[in-house]
Design a protein around this ligand. Structure first.
Ligand SMILES: Nc1ncnc2c1ncn2[C@@H]1O[C@H](COP(=O)(O)OP(=O)(O)OP(=O)(O)O)[C@@H](O)[C@H]1O
Ligand SMILES: [Mg+2]
Length: 451
């Protein structure tokens, strides 16, 4: 016989304990422990239970993905919305989540799909103001429900029978049968479960909006990540009007794609040709500035890698790398010190990537190395040039993925030279001079040779 043990869980982070605790040892929240409800599972009779079926007998329609009409979103979602899928759209407060989903709702409604927008945060009047700002046309198919209680959403779904549901936000919806606060782990899990079950039953895709703080510390979206099909993050720099939609998990597509938008007074505008969006219009080469064609899914985006190396007045020199992997840049600096005898031990080193984008691929190594030397020597590298290559600890330049895509896009945007790894096979792109380099030292000699 199993012993009937009580379980208490922290409603902030989900930490479970067999006794009640005043302070959570995991997240430090006070008074956040509630006893877990054990009646969450139904006991099914044998007639209600699903039976196993053969994989080959399951039918599906390849063409059935629902296109939202927002190309950037459809691409990130893997080519439209899969029927019955649950998409979690997470982002910091005020980044534009409601704006994006209202656009999705209106596009689907215009296509004749019935959409139910459950807004637990805003009144119908506020939604109307936003829809005016976005220029949304009046449509018969867009239903709004301004409610926090799950039962109201349940009734609305039954009466409207929508083809898509939007829940804004999942942290603000609660089930009043349970005495847990709104936004607690229990409520978020319970209400999400309801919408997930509904999506699987009715085949209507559902968007769940989730808030996330700067530190990503709100438990709500984090605990949902493994139970939903797709997790999209809507990010952006508060100071710029650019917004980036990224796939973090996708059961039906790649997570490498990104979608780029611009937020202005008329709403959220797609930026389909974003290749040169992050480059300054000033084409002159400058010390410490190197162009790197970064690959985001199927798309190449040219980014500026900016480096500033200055004498340090601190006991431990400063290393600030924004948008780049900290360990990777330190590795490149170590190779520069060892192989090229460049002493950065008494220098502060700063790096920045234009547009607030983050690069995690090692193909950026060569650009980082050339930018460092350029700033160190205060000499610009060869002009109109892109640098691509991973650097091994030996100083050898290693091949990278998607080289031809990167070169073609760079050539299209007017770049005349490219430094690429020697072992990339026969590479040629019309209008571009290709320097195939094997060693970091050779690359540096060529990049700073006066021509
Ligand atoms: N008139 C305007 N001109 C330019 N930008 C605007 C205007 N009105 C709103 N915005 C932008 O839209 C953002 C709010 O969008 P939205 O309400 O969709 O965000 P959200 O992520 O849903 O926020 P919340 O977390 O509060 O729900 C603002 O932070 C601002 O950047
Ligand atoms: Mg909102």
């Amino acid at each position: 016989m199993t012993k009937d043990r009580k379980v208490f869980s922290c409603q902030e982070c989900g930490y479970a304990s067999t006794k009640w605790l005043g302070k959570c040892p995991s997240c430090g929240a006070w008074n956040s422990f509630h006893e877990e409800n054990k009646n969450g599972h139904r006991n099914l009779s044998s007639g209600e239970m699903s039976r196993p079926v053969l994989l080959k007998d399951i039918t599906f329609d390849k063409q059935s993905r629902l296109l939202t009409g927002i190309g950037e979103l459809d691409r990130v979602a893997g080519g439209g919305l899969v029927p019955g899928s649950v998409i979690l759209l997470a982002g910091e407060p005020g980044i534009g989540k409601s704006t994006l989903v209202l656009l999705v709702a209106s596009n689907l409604a215009e296509k004749g799909k019935k959409v139910l927008y459950v807004s637990a945060e805003e009144s119908p009047g506020q939604l109307r103001v936003r829809s005016e700002r976005l220029g949304i046309k009046n449509t018969e198919n867009l239903f709004l429900l301004s409610e926090n209680e799950i039962r109201a959403a349940e009734n609305a779904i039954e009466s409207v029978k929508p083809d898509a549901v939007i829940v804004d936000s999942i942290q603000m919806i609660y089930d009043s049968d349970f005495d847990y606060p709104c936004g607690s782990v229990f409520q978020v899990r319970r209400t999400a479960q309801f919408f997930i079950e509904n999506a699987k039953k009715s085949h209507a895709p559902v968007f769940l909006i989730g808030h996330i703080t700067k530190e990503g510390s709100i438990a709500g979206p984090k605990i949902l990540e493994h139970i939903v099909d797709v997790v999209l993050y809507f990010e952006g720099d508060r100071l710029s009007n650019l917004r980036i939609l990224k796939g973090n998990k996708n059961r039906f597509g790649s997570t490498e794609e990104i979608g780029v938008f611009r937020m202005d007074e008329n709403g959220l505008i797609e930026v389909p040709d974003s290749s040169r969006l992050f480059l300054s219009n000033n084409n002159t080469s400058q010390p410490g500035l190197v162009i790197f064609p970064s690959q985001e899914g199927k798309r190449t985006i040219l980014l500026e890698i900016q480096s500033l190396i200055t004498p340090s007045y601190l006991a431990v020199p400063r290393r600030t790398f924004t948008g780049l992997d900290y360990n990777r840049v330190n590795l490149v600096i170590a190779v520069l010190e060892k192989k090229l005898r460049i002493n950065l031990g008494s220098r502060d080193v700063y790096f920045n990537v234009s547009g607030g984008l983050k690069i995690s691929e090692p193909a950026v190594d060569l650009a980082v190395a050339v930018a460092s030397i350029s700033s160190y020597k205060d000499v610009p590298p060869l002009s109109q040039t892109v640098f691509i290559g991973e650097i091994a600890l030996t100083g050898e330049i290693r091949p990278v993925q998607h080289l031809i895509n990167r070169l073609k896009e760079s050539a299209r945007l007017g770049f005349k030279n490219a430094f690429v790894p020697a072992e990339s096979g026969n590479v040629s792109v019309a209008g571009m001079k290709i320097f195939q380099v094997r060693w970091l030292g050779d690359a540096v000699n060529l990049a700073f040779k006066k021509v």
